[in-house]
Design a binder for this molecule. Sequence first.
Ligand SMILES: [Zn+2]
Length: 148
Amino acid sequence: MTAPTQSSITPSFFVACPVTGVKGKVVKMVTLKALLQPRALAKIEPDSTYRFCPDPSCDVVYFSEAQLYYTSDIKVSVFQKDESSDVPVCYCFGHSRADVLFSVANGSDLEASIVGHIKARRCGCEVNNPQGSCCLSNVKTLIGQRKI
Ligand SMILES: [Zn+2]
C-alpha cells in the first residue's frame, strides 16, 4: 500500500485514498459518528482527519493516516459504491436511485423538491449522507445521465 500524499510534509494529513490514490474530501467527525457501525465507531480516533473516497471501484469509504473504514463499517449503503436501484441518492429525504429515475421518466421534478428542502434549511446531510455533504450534485448527475 503506497500512498501518493503530502505525508513527508504533514504526516497526519492524507489527501488520497491509500487503496486507489483518488483524492477525498474531508468529512466532519459528526458524519462518521452518525454513520459508522458501533464496532467501527469504537475504534475511531477523534483527533484524526478522515476523508471520503468517492471511487466506485473502491470499498474504502473513509480513510485517515492510520485507518480505513469500508462499506461494511457504515450503517447505510453508500451511493457511490453501490449500484442498486434502492440505494439513496438523497439520504435526507429518502429518494433512491430508482425514485430519481422514475421522476425523470414521469416528468415530475424531484430535483426542485430537494432544492426546496435545501432552501428551507431542512437538510441534514452531515449526519445522513455518508459523503457528509449535500446530495444535489449526485442527483443532478443522475438526472443528466438519464436525459442523455
Ligand atoms: Zn478508495
